[in-house]
Write a protein that binds this ligand. Sequence first.
Ligand code: SF4
Length: 395
Amino acid sequence: MNSISTQITPGLQARKGFTGIYVHYPFCYQKCDYCDFFSEGIGEGKSNVEDLLFESYKKEFSLKKANSPELKTTKIDTVFMGGGTPSKALPENWFRLLKFFREELDFSSDPEISIEANPEDLSLDFIQSLKEAGFNRLNIGVQTRSKEGLKFLGRHYDAEKYENLKYLLQNSNIERTGIDLMYGLPHSRKEDFLDDLNYFLDLQLSHVSLYSLTLEKGTSYSRNVKDKKASPPNEEMQREILELLPSLMQNRGYTWYEVSNYCKDRSFSRHNLRYWTYESYLGLGPGAHGFLDQARYGNPRNTAAYLKHPGKPATEETSSPREELALSLFRLFLPIHIPSFLEAHIPEEIAKKMIFSLDGFAAKGYCDWDGSRFQWKESALLVLDDLITELAIST
Ligand code: SF4
């Protein structure tokens, strides 16, 4: 099924000894109607608290480092600047922050250093400055090339920048460059999405994330749908597209490695793989979450509160490792070495229940499973949420 699956490998294994860093930059040009990330629209130009924000990241970092044995004993192998729109910040600020992290922590020899960007911020000079700042992975939130689609989503549209994207992607000297696209917008056709997709696939990007538009609680879009001011996502079209993507993408040379994520030549998002494989990460910034020393925390979704007390979490989060492992690991469509994850994270009695569920899935034809190596089949895709729920909670 997946080009990565070589039948002789045991599958993806649980790792120890590595940690990642996530930094949340909370500003965007404008707040998109469907977005439930913590972010604030501030128009063009840089935020007037940018310098303070970067100082606060360092303060939070120092507090977390002082209290974390894990940060002192592991190697950092991924750093991810997300948001929000981190490309809105000055590359020099990211350069200085990365330098600070490198001085303070032990980095692996080949870390993945990623940044998310929006088209309005990009030019070849800007991409060059991101490269000089130390980024080796760039992910661009495109969503759609349709002006009407972007307007529907409440996203900023800069015609010149969108038209220039192809040129930028062809000439980006950050070797791992990818995009996000969205499908299932009401009033759009399946063909419109496929046109966009083919347009970008022709550029041989190393990574492509393909998401369906969803209604997230608390967003303007979900309120507008509730008040009948906007149409809901086109779910029938979403199902059709979801089903056709795996073979379409694999025919174009991409490995399908997570429900919505595809890559060429093993250019996985290593940072996101860390979330899906239950690995630890330091989260910094307003609205950021972290998972360090086996404890989860969430920072306040309020920039002013964060700047006042960087490092003071709004929530200490508890959840069961079984639930978390089920909800993350089983989104992957790669072969997985199940014993390594169960032994690392799950008590034996619970592990037996999970294995019982996997046996049942195999009997129904949803996966390849030999008691050690597990891999979903494409037939699981449309019922994946139900299967994962069974894994997370069945007794
Ligand atoms: S640009 Fe991205 S983070 Fe910002 S509001 Fe839109 S979807 Fe959310």
